[in-house]
Write a protein that binds this ligand. Structure first.
Ligand SMILES: Nc1ncnc2c1ncn2[C@@H]1O[C@H](COP(=O)(O)OP(=O)(O)OP(=O)(O)O)[C@@H](O)[C@H]1O
Length: 469
Protein backbone atom coordinates (compact mmCIF):
# COMPACT_ATOMS: atom_id res chain seq x y z
CA UNK A 1 0.00 0.00 0.00
CA UNK A 2 2.79 2.41 1.03
CA UNK A 3 4.79 1.45 -2.10
CA UNK A 4 1.72 1.98 -4.29
CA UNK A 5 1.23 5.44 -2.85
CA UNK A 6 4.90 6.35 -3.38
CA UNK A 7 4.60 5.05 -6.92
CA UNK A 8 1.52 7.20 -7.59
CA UNK A 9 3.18 10.25 -6.06
CA UNK A 10 6.32 9.76 -8.14
CA UNK A 11 4.26 9.30 -11.34
CA UNK A 12 2.38 12.49 -10.57
CA UNK A 13 5.58 14.45 -9.87
CA UNK A 14 7.13 13.30 -13.13
CA UNK A 15 3.96 13.91 -15.13
CA UNK A 16 3.34 17.41 -13.82
CA UNK A 17 6.91 18.64 -13.63
CA UNK A 18 7.96 21.56 -15.82
CA UNK A 19 11.17 19.67 -16.44
CA UNK A 20 11.41 16.55 -18.49
CA UNK A 21 12.38 14.01 -15.82
CA UNK A 22 13.74 10.79 -17.28
CA UNK A 23 15.02 7.79 -15.37
CA UNK A 24 17.07 5.01 -16.94
CA UNK A 25 18.52 1.83 -15.51
CA UNK A 26 22.25 1.08 -15.45
CA UNK A 27 22.13 0.00 -19.11
CA UNK A 28 20.51 3.17 -20.32
CA UNK A 29 17.03 1.73 -20.78
CA UNK A 30 14.35 4.34 -20.16
CA UNK A 31 12.15 3.33 -17.25
CA UNK A 32 10.14 6.47 -16.66
CA UNK A 33 9.71 9.82 -18.25
CA UNK A 34 7.29 12.64 -18.61
CA UNK A 35 5.32 12.10 -21.84
CA UNK A 36 4.56 15.82 -22.28
CA UNK A 37 8.10 16.82 -23.07
CA UNK A 38 9.16 14.33 -25.70
CA UNK A 39 7.72 16.30 -28.58
CA UNK A 40 10.76 18.59 -28.36
CA UNK A 41 12.88 15.59 -29.36
CA UNK A 42 10.55 14.85 -32.26
CA UNK A 43 9.46 11.51 -30.91
CA UNK A 44 6.02 10.21 -29.99
CA UNK A 45 5.46 9.89 -26.23
CA UNK A 46 4.71 6.17 -26.41
CA UNK A 47 7.92 5.37 -28.26
CA UNK A 48 10.55 5.92 -25.65
CA UNK A 49 9.72 3.72 -22.64
CA UNK A 50 11.91 0.64 -22.79
CA UNK A 51 14.18 2.23 -25.41
CA UNK A 52 17.90 2.49 -24.96
CA UNK A 53 19.34 6.00 -24.73
CA UNK A 54 22.34 4.69 -26.69
CA UNK A 55 20.01 3.76 -29.53
CA UNK A 56 18.26 7.17 -29.37
CA UNK A 57 21.68 8.75 -29.43
CA UNK A 58 22.63 6.76 -32.51
CA UNK A 59 19.39 7.76 -34.22
CA UNK A 60 20.31 11.39 -33.55
CA UNK A 61 17.26 11.95 -31.33
CA UNK A 62 19.37 12.62 -28.26
CA UNK A 63 22.52 14.40 -29.21
CA UNK A 64 24.22 13.63 -26.99
CA UNK A 65 22.40 11.54 -24.40
CA UNK A 66 22.86 12.90 -20.89
CA UNK A 67 22.16 9.44 -19.43
CA UNK A 68 24.90 7.87 -21.49
CA UNK A 69 27.30 10.51 -20.17
CA UNK A 70 26.21 10.03 -16.55
CA UNK A 71 26.43 6.23 -16.81
CA UNK A 72 29.88 6.49 -18.28
CA UNK A 73 31.31 9.14 -15.94
CA UNK A 74 29.29 8.06 -12.88
CA UNK A 75 29.13 11.75 -12.04
CA UNK A 76 26.57 14.55 -12.32
CA UNK A 77 26.65 16.14 -15.78
CA UNK A 78 25.09 19.26 -17.25
CA UNK A 79 24.92 19.85 -21.00
CA UNK A 80 23.12 21.79 -23.70
CA UNK A 81 21.42 19.62 -26.29
CA UNK A 82 20.35 20.73 -29.73
CA UNK A 83 17.37 18.60 -30.69
CA UNK A 84 16.57 17.64 -34.25
CA UNK A 85 13.44 19.80 -33.98
CA UNK A 86 15.77 22.79 -33.61
CA UNK A 87 15.18 23.32 -29.87
CA UNK A 88 17.89 24.06 -27.31
CA UNK A 89 17.58 21.95 -24.16
CA UNK A 90 19.47 22.31 -20.89
CA UNK A 91 19.89 18.80 -19.39
CA UNK A 92 21.21 17.93 -15.96
CA UNK A 93 21.87 14.28 -15.06
CA UNK A 94 22.72 12.48 -11.83
CA UNK A 95 23.81 8.93 -11.08
CA UNK A 96 22.02 6.87 -8.41
CA UNK A 97 24.09 4.26 -6.58
CA UNK A 98 23.13 1.08 -4.69
CA UNK A 99 24.30 0.51 -1.14
CA UNK A 100 27.20 -1.47 -2.54
CA UNK A 101 28.27 1.50 -4.70
CA UNK A 102 27.03 0.13 -8.02
CA UNK A 103 25.40 2.58 -10.39
CA UNK A 104 21.78 1.51 -10.73
CA UNK A 105 19.98 4.51 -12.24
CA UNK A 106 20.63 7.71 -14.14
CA UNK A 107 18.14 10.51 -13.60
CA UNK A 108 17.90 13.61 -15.75
CA UNK A 109 16.03 16.90 -15.68
CA UNK A 110 15.89 18.75 -18.89
CA UNK A 111 14.24 22.01 -19.80
CA UNK A 112 13.51 23.59 -23.14
CA UNK A 113 15.58 26.81 -23.15
CA UNK A 114 14.98 27.76 -26.76
CA UNK A 115 13.07 30.95 -25.95
CA UNK A 116 15.72 32.04 -23.46
CA UNK A 117 18.47 31.34 -25.99
CA UNK A 118 16.57 33.21 -28.68
CA UNK A 119 16.16 36.11 -26.28
CA UNK A 120 19.85 35.93 -25.47
CA UNK A 121 20.69 36.07 -29.17
CA UNK A 122 18.33 39.00 -29.63
CA UNK A 123 19.87 40.67 -26.59
CA UNK A 124 23.37 40.21 -28.04
CA UNK A 125 22.13 41.66 -31.32
CA UNK A 126 20.59 44.62 -29.52
CA UNK A 127 23.77 45.12 -27.52
CA UNK A 128 25.75 45.24 -30.75
CA UNK A 129 23.30 47.75 -32.19
CA UNK A 130 23.43 49.77 -29.00
CA UNK A 131 27.21 49.97 -29.19
CA UNK A 132 27.04 51.14 -32.78
CA UNK A 133 24.35 53.73 -31.90
CA UNK A 134 26.40 54.85 -28.93
CA UNK A 135 29.41 55.33 -31.19
CA UNK A 136 27.22 57.27 -33.58
CA UNK A 137 25.88 59.48 -30.80
CA UNK A 138 29.38 59.99 -29.43
CA UNK A 139 30.61 60.97 -32.85
CA UNK A 140 27.74 63.41 -33.25
CA UNK A 141 28.10 64.69 -29.70
CA UNK A 142 31.79 65.33 -30.23
CA UNK A 143 30.86 67.65 -33.02
CA UNK A 144 27.59 68.82 -31.56
CA UNK A 145 26.86 72.47 -32.02
CA UNK A 146 29.29 72.59 -34.92
CA UNK A 147 28.78 69.70 -37.23
CA UNK A 148 30.25 70.38 -40.67
CA UNK A 149 29.62 74.07 -40.01
CA UNK A 150 26.08 73.44 -38.81
CA UNK A 151 25.48 75.03 -35.44
CA UNK A 152 22.54 73.89 -33.37
CA UNK A 153 21.18 73.29 -29.94
CA UNK A 154 17.64 72.29 -30.87
CA UNK A 155 16.53 68.69 -30.78
CA UNK A 156 14.82 69.15 -34.18
CA UNK A 157 18.15 69.92 -35.88
CA UNK A 158 19.90 67.24 -33.87
CA UNK A 159 17.36 64.76 -35.22
CA UNK A 160 18.02 65.93 -38.79
CA UNK A 161 21.79 65.75 -38.28
CA UNK A 162 21.40 62.17 -37.05
CA UNK A 163 19.21 61.18 -39.98
CA UNK A 164 21.67 62.75 -42.41
CA UNK A 165 24.49 60.91 -40.71
CA UNK A 166 22.62 57.64 -41.15
CA UNK A 167 21.46 58.16 -44.74
CA UNK A 168 24.87 59.45 -45.78
CA UNK A 169 26.02 55.83 -45.62
CA UNK A 170 23.53 54.94 -48.37
CA UNK A 171 22.85 56.26 -51.86
CA UNK A 172 19.19 57.11 -51.16
CA UNK A 173 17.89 60.33 -52.72
CA UNK A 174 17.26 63.04 -50.16
CA UNK A 175 14.75 65.85 -50.53
CA UNK A 176 15.43 68.87 -48.28
CA UNK A 177 12.36 70.92 -47.54
CA UNK A 178 11.97 74.19 -45.69
CA UNK A 179 11.75 77.95 -46.14
CA UNK A 180 14.50 80.02 -47.62
CA UNK A 181 17.67 80.46 -45.57
CA UNK A 182 17.11 77.58 -43.11
CA UNK A 183 20.24 75.79 -44.27
CA UNK A 184 19.09 73.34 -46.95
CA UNK A 185 22.21 73.82 -49.09
CA UNK A 186 24.36 73.61 -45.98
CA UNK A 187 22.78 70.27 -45.05
CA UNK A 188 23.25 69.02 -48.62
CA UNK A 189 26.96 69.80 -48.43
CA UNK A 190 27.19 68.14 -45.06
CA UNK A 191 25.52 65.01 -46.40
CA UNK A 192 28.01 64.83 -49.26
CA UNK A 193 30.96 65.47 -46.94
CA UNK A 194 29.78 62.65 -44.74
CA UNK A 195 29.24 60.12 -47.53
CA UNK A 196 31.60 57.70 -49.22
CA UNK A 197 31.48 60.04 -52.24
CA UNK A 198 33.10 62.87 -50.25
CA UNK A 199 36.29 62.90 -52.32
CA UNK A 200 34.33 63.12 -55.57
CA UNK A 201 32.63 66.25 -56.96
CA UNK A 202 29.68 67.99 -55.31
CA UNK A 203 27.82 69.68 -58.14
CA UNK A 204 25.28 72.27 -57.02
CA UNK A 205 22.71 73.38 -59.58
CA UNK A 206 20.24 76.15 -58.87
CA UNK A 207 17.35 75.04 -61.07
CA UNK A 208 15.73 78.48 -60.88
CA UNK A 209 18.64 80.14 -62.66
CA UNK A 210 19.05 77.88 -65.72
CA UNK A 211 16.97 79.22 -68.64
CA UNK A 212 14.76 76.57 -70.20
CA UNK A 213 16.56 76.93 -73.53
CA UNK A 214 19.91 76.14 -71.97
CA UNK A 215 18.74 73.39 -69.62
CA UNK A 216 19.72 70.48 -71.84
CA UNK A 217 23.10 71.83 -72.86
CA UNK A 218 23.93 72.77 -69.26
CA UNK A 219 22.73 69.55 -67.71
CA UNK A 220 23.55 67.01 -70.42
CA UNK A 221 26.41 68.78 -72.24
CA UNK A 222 26.96 68.71 -75.98
CA UNK A 223 29.27 67.29 -78.63
CA UNK A 224 31.50 69.57 -80.70
CA UNK A 225 29.73 71.72 -83.26
CA UNK A 226 26.28 70.47 -82.32
CA UNK A 227 24.72 73.93 -82.49
CA UNK A 228 25.62 77.49 -83.37
CA UNK A 229 27.77 79.02 -80.68
CA UNK A 230 28.71 75.64 -79.23
CA UNK A 231 32.30 75.21 -78.14
CA UNK A 232 34.53 73.34 -80.60
CA UNK A 233 35.59 70.74 -78.09
CA UNK A 234 32.05 70.06 -76.92
CA UNK A 235 31.14 70.30 -73.27
CA UNK A 236 30.55 68.03 -70.38
CA UNK A 237 27.16 68.63 -68.76
CA UNK A 238 26.62 69.18 -65.01
CA UNK A 239 25.28 65.66 -64.57
CA UNK A 240 28.43 64.16 -66.05
CA UNK A 241 30.50 66.45 -63.85
CA UNK A 242 28.85 64.88 -60.80
CA UNK A 243 30.12 61.43 -61.85
CA UNK A 244 30.90 59.34 -58.73
CA UNK A 245 29.93 62.32 -56.59
CA UNK A 246 26.75 64.15 -55.60
CA UNK A 247 24.37 66.15 -57.77
CA UNK A 248 22.50 68.74 -55.69
CA UNK A 249 19.51 70.23 -57.48
CA UNK A 250 18.46 73.27 -55.47
CA UNK A 251 15.06 74.89 -56.06
CA UNK A 252 13.82 71.79 -57.85
CA UNK A 253 10.28 73.15 -57.51
CA UNK A 254 11.20 75.80 -60.10
CA UNK A 255 11.89 73.24 -62.82
CA UNK A 256 9.42 73.58 -65.73
CA UNK A 257 7.43 70.43 -66.60
CA UNK A 258 9.26 69.76 -69.87
CA UNK A 259 12.58 69.72 -68.02
CA UNK A 260 11.14 67.56 -65.27
CA UNK A 261 10.43 64.89 -67.89
CA UNK A 262 14.02 65.05 -69.17
CA UNK A 263 15.43 64.87 -65.69
CA UNK A 264 13.20 61.93 -64.82
CA UNK A 265 14.58 59.96 -67.77
CA UNK A 266 18.14 60.47 -66.56
CA UNK A 267 17.21 59.44 -63.04
CA UNK A 268 15.44 56.33 -64.27
CA UNK A 269 18.07 55.19 -66.71
CA UNK A 270 21.16 56.68 -65.11
CA UNK A 271 22.33 57.60 -68.58
CA UNK A 272 22.80 60.91 -70.38
CA UNK A 273 23.03 61.73 -74.04
CA UNK A 274 24.94 64.90 -74.90
CA UNK A 275 23.25 67.19 -77.45
CA UNK A 276 24.45 66.06 -80.87
CA UNK A 277 25.79 62.89 -79.34
CA UNK A 278 25.29 59.39 -80.74
CA UNK A 279 25.64 57.22 -77.72
CA UNK A 280 24.40 57.48 -74.19
CA UNK A 281 26.90 57.69 -71.32
CA UNK A 282 26.38 55.85 -68.08
CA UNK A 283 26.35 58.13 -65.03
CA UNK A 284 26.65 57.35 -61.35
CA UNK A 285 25.81 60.05 -58.83
CA UNK A 286 23.95 60.55 -55.58
CA UNK A 287 20.98 62.88 -55.90
CA UNK A 288 20.02 65.52 -53.35
CA UNK A 289 17.25 67.98 -54.10
CA UNK A 290 15.85 70.96 -52.19
CA UNK A 291 12.91 73.28 -52.42
CA UNK A 292 11.13 75.91 -50.37
CA UNK A 293 7.90 75.21 -52.27
CA UNK A 294 5.08 72.99 -51.06
CA UNK A 295 5.95 70.29 -53.54
CA UNK A 296 3.08 67.97 -52.62
CA UNK A 297 0.66 70.77 -53.37
CA UNK A 298 2.46 71.28 -56.69
CA UNK A 299 1.97 67.58 -57.46
CA UNK A 300 -1.74 67.91 -56.68
CA UNK A 301 -1.96 70.91 -59.01
CA UNK A 302 -0.02 68.95 -61.64
CA UNK A 303 2.76 71.53 -61.62
CA UNK A 304 5.21 68.85 -60.53
CA UNK A 305 5.32 65.32 -61.95
CA UNK A 306 4.22 62.66 -59.50
CA UNK A 307 6.71 60.10 -60.89
CA UNK A 308 9.59 62.55 -60.45
CA UNK A 309 8.35 63.39 -56.95
CA UNK A 310 8.50 59.69 -56.02
CA UNK A 311 12.04 59.45 -57.40
CA UNK A 312 13.39 62.37 -55.38
CA UNK A 313 11.32 61.93 -52.23
CA UNK A 314 12.93 58.75 -50.84
CA UNK A 315 14.18 60.51 -47.69
CA UNK A 316 12.34 63.81 -47.15
CA UNK A 317 13.85 66.08 -44.48
CA UNK A 318 11.88 69.09 -43.30
CA UNK A 319 14.15 71.80 -41.86
CA UNK A 320 12.14 73.95 -39.44
CA UNK A 321 12.37 77.76 -39.57
CA UNK A 322 14.43 79.48 -36.86
CA UNK A 323 11.35 80.76 -35.02
CA UNK A 324 10.38 77.14 -34.35
CA UNK A 325 13.80 76.33 -32.85
CA UNK A 326 14.60 79.45 -30.89
CA UNK A 327 17.24 77.69 -28.81
CA UNK A 328 19.49 77.77 -31.93
CA UNK A 329 19.38 81.57 -32.16
CA UNK A 330 21.84 82.51 -29.35
CA UNK A 331 24.54 80.19 -30.61
CA UNK A 332 24.11 81.48 -34.17
CA UNK A 333 24.21 85.11 -33.00
CA UNK A 334 27.42 84.50 -31.05
CA UNK A 335 28.95 82.56 -33.92
CA UNK A 336 28.29 85.25 -36.51
CA UNK A 337 29.42 88.10 -34.21
CA UNK A 338 32.69 86.27 -33.77
CA UNK A 339 33.28 85.17 -37.38
CA UNK A 340 32.27 88.51 -38.90
CA UNK A 341 34.52 90.39 -36.46
CA UNK A 342 37.33 88.05 -37.49
CA UNK A 343 36.54 88.51 -41.18
CA UNK A 344 36.90 92.30 -40.92
CA UNK A 345 39.52 92.33 -38.13
CA UNK A 346 37.10 94.06 -35.81
CA UNK A 347 36.10 93.51 -32.20
CA UNK A 348 32.57 94.90 -31.95
CA UNK A 349 30.34 93.72 -29.13
CA UNK A 350 26.59 93.49 -28.76
CA UNK A 351 25.00 95.53 -26.01
CA UNK A 352 22.98 93.23 -23.74
CA UNK A 353 19.68 94.68 -24.97
CA UNK A 354 20.75 94.31 -28.61
CA UNK A 355 21.58 90.71 -27.90
CA UNK A 356 18.21 90.18 -26.26
CA UNK A 357 16.37 91.79 -29.18
CA UNK A 358 18.24 89.60 -31.68
CA UNK A 359 17.36 86.46 -29.75
CA UNK A 360 13.69 87.47 -29.47
CA UNK A 361 13.24 88.34 -33.14
CA UNK A 362 11.30 85.95 -35.38
CA UNK A 363 13.83 85.83 -38.25
CA UNK A 364 11.50 85.33 -41.23
CA UNK A 365 14.59 85.07 -43.47
CA UNK A 366 16.06 82.46 -41.10
CA UNK A 367 19.81 81.92 -40.68
CA UNK A 368 20.65 83.83 -43.86
CA UNK A 369 18.86 86.93 -42.54
CA UNK A 370 20.54 86.54 -39.15
CA UNK A 371 23.97 86.35 -40.77
CA UNK A 372 23.24 89.37 -43.00
CA UNK A 373 21.86 91.52 -40.18
CA UNK A 374 24.86 90.85 -37.95
CA UNK A 375 27.27 91.57 -40.78
CA UNK A 376 25.45 94.79 -41.58
CA UNK A 377 25.37 96.09 -37.99
CA UNK A 378 28.98 95.17 -37.33
CA UNK A 379 30.03 97.06 -40.45
CA UNK A 380 27.77 100.08 -39.98
CA UNK A 381 27.75 100.68 -36.20
CA UNK A 382 29.96 103.67 -35.40
CA UNK A 383 30.70 102.47 -31.88
CA UNK A 384 32.46 99.43 -30.49
CA UNK A 385 29.27 98.40 -28.70
CA UNK A 386 26.28 97.74 -30.92
CA UNK A 387 23.21 99.36 -29.36
CA UNK A 388 19.57 98.63 -30.28
CA UNK A 389 19.40 101.80 -32.38
CA UNK A 390 22.05 100.34 -34.69
CA UNK A 391 19.61 97.58 -35.67
CA UNK A 392 17.47 97.85 -38.82
CA UNK A 393 14.01 99.37 -38.54
CA UNK A 394 12.14 96.06 -38.37
CA UNK A 395 13.77 95.37 -34.97
CA UNK A 396 12.26 98.44 -33.34
CA UNK A 397 9.09 96.87 -31.99
CA UNK A 398 10.46 93.76 -30.38
CA UNK A 399 9.10 93.45 -26.86
CA UNK A 400 11.50 91.79 -24.47
CA UNK A 401 10.53 89.46 -21.66
CA UNK A 402 10.69 90.93 -18.16
CA UNK A 403 13.99 89.25 -17.23
CA UNK A 404 15.69 90.68 -20.28
CA UNK A 405 15.11 94.22 -19.04
CA UNK A 406 17.26 93.56 -16.04
CA UNK A 407 20.38 93.22 -18.15
CA UNK A 408 21.09 96.91 -18.98
CA UNK A 409 21.43 97.53 -15.28
CA UNK A 410 24.57 95.48 -15.32
CA UNK A 411 25.93 97.42 -18.27
CA UNK A 412 25.35 100.76 -16.63
CA UNK A 413 25.45 99.90 -12.95
CA UNK A 414 22.13 101.66 -12.31
CA UNK A 415 19.81 100.30 -9.64
CA UNK A 416 16.92 102.59 -8.73
CA UNK A 417 16.34 102.84 -4.99
CA UNK A 418 18.06 99.55 -4.44
CA UNK A 419 20.03 98.58 -1.38
CA UNK A 420 23.30 96.71 -1.68
CA UNK A 421 21.76 93.25 -1.20
CA UNK A 422 18.99 93.83 -3.77
CA UNK A 423 21.48 95.18 -6.26
CA UNK A 424 23.72 92.13 -5.87
CA UNK A 425 20.74 89.81 -6.21
CA UNK A 426 19.51 91.58 -9.31
CA UNK A 427 22.96 91.41 -10.84
CA UNK A 428 23.40 87.76 -10.00
CA UNK A 429 20.01 86.89 -11.40
CA UNK A 430 20.67 88.80 -14.61
CA UNK A 431 24.04 87.17 -15.06
CA UNK A 432 22.56 83.74 -14.47
CA UNK A 433 19.78 84.38 -17.00
CA UNK A 434 22.27 85.57 -19.54
CA UNK A 435 24.48 82.52 -18.99
CA UNK A 436 21.42 80.30 -19.19
CA UNK A 437 20.62 81.59 -22.64
CA UNK A 438 24.11 81.04 -23.92
CA UNK A 439 24.95 77.74 -22.28
CA UNK A 440 23.61 74.28 -22.50
CA UNK A 441 24.75 72.74 -19.24
CA UNK A 442 25.49 73.99 -15.74
CA UNK A 443 29.13 73.12 -16.43
CA UNK A 444 29.17 75.48 -19.42
CA UNK A 445 27.44 78.09 -17.27
CA UNK A 446 30.10 77.64 -14.61
CA UNK A 447 32.78 78.22 -17.24
CA UNK A 448 30.98 81.24 -18.61
CA UNK A 449 30.49 82.80 -15.18
CA UNK A 450 33.85 81.69 -13.75
CA UNK A 451 32.04 79.95 -10.91
CA UNK A 452 32.12 76.35 -9.77
CA UNK A 453 29.36 74.14 -11.14
CA UNK A 454 27.87 73.45 -7.66
CA UNK A 455 27.68 77.24 -7.10
CA UNK A 456 25.78 77.63 -10.36
CA UNK A 457 23.33 74.91 -9.34
CA UNK A 458 22.90 76.47 -5.88
CA UNK A 459 22.30 79.94 -7.30
CA UNK A 460 19.82 78.70 -9.89
CA UNK A 461 17.92 77.12 -7.03
CA UNK A 462 18.22 80.25 -4.88
CA UNK A 463 16.60 82.38 -7.59
CA UNK A 464 14.14 79.63 -8.59
CA UNK A 465 15.49 79.68 -12.14
CA UNK A 466 14.53 76.54 -14.00
CA UNK A 467 16.58 75.39 -16.96
CA UNK A 468 14.62 74.50 -20.11
CA UNK A 469 15.47 71.09 -21.57
N1 LIG B 1 22.65 75.59 -38.57
C1 LIG B 1 23.45 76.47 -39.19
N2 LIG B 1 24.62 76.81 -38.65
C2 LIG B 1 25.43 77.71 -39.23
N3 LIG B 1 25.13 78.35 -40.36
C3 LIG B 1 23.98 78.04 -40.96
C4 LIG B 1 23.08 77.09 -40.41
N4 LIG B 1 22.01 76.99 -41.20
C5 LIG B 1 22.22 77.85 -42.20
N5 LIG B 1 23.40 78.48 -42.07
C6 LIG B 1 23.96 79.53 -42.93
O1 LIG B 1 22.86 80.29 -43.38
C7 LIG B 1 23.03 80.67 -44.73
C8 LIG B 1 21.84 80.17 -45.53
O2 LIG B 1 21.88 78.75 -45.57
P1 LIG B 1 21.53 77.92 -46.88
O3 LIG B 1 21.97 78.65 -48.12
O4 LIG B 1 22.04 76.54 -46.67
O5 LIG B 1 19.96 77.97 -46.79
P2 LIG B 1 18.89 77.38 -47.82
O6 LIG B 1 17.81 76.80 -47.01
O7 LIG B 1 19.58 76.50 -48.79
O8 LIG B 1 18.37 78.67 -48.52
P3 LIG B 1 17.62 78.83 -49.96
O9 LIG B 1 16.33 78.09 -49.86
O10 LIG B 1 17.41 80.28 -50.09
O11 LIG B 1 18.57 78.24 -50.97
C9 LIG B 1 24.36 80.07 -45.17
O12 LIG B 1 25.36 81.05 -45.08
C10 LIG B 1 24.62 78.97 -44.17
O13 LIG B 1 25.99 78.77 -43.99
Amino acid sequence: MQIDLLQTELDKIIETSNNNITITDQDGIILRSNPNHWSIYGIEPDQYIGKSVYQLQEEGILSPSIHAMVLESKKPVQILQKTNTGRTVMATGFPLFSNSGEIIRAISYSQDQTEIFNLQEQYKDLEKKLVSYQNEVEELRGKESDYHGILYRSSSIEQIVRTIYRVSKTDASVLLLGPSGVGKSTFARMLHAQSSRKNEPFIEVDCSTIPETLFESEMFGYESGSFTGASKQGKQGLIEQAEQGTLFLDEIGELPLAMQAKLLRVLQEKKVMRIGGKKERQVDFRLITATNKNIEEMVEKEAFRLDLFYRINIIPLQIPPLKERREDIPILVQHYVQTINEKYSMSKKLHAVTYDILTQYNWPGNVRELENVIERVILTADEETIHPEHLPINFKNISLPVEAHATPEIEHGVFDDADWKTAIEKTEKSLLLRALERCKTTYEMADFLSLSQPSVVRKLKQYSIVRKR
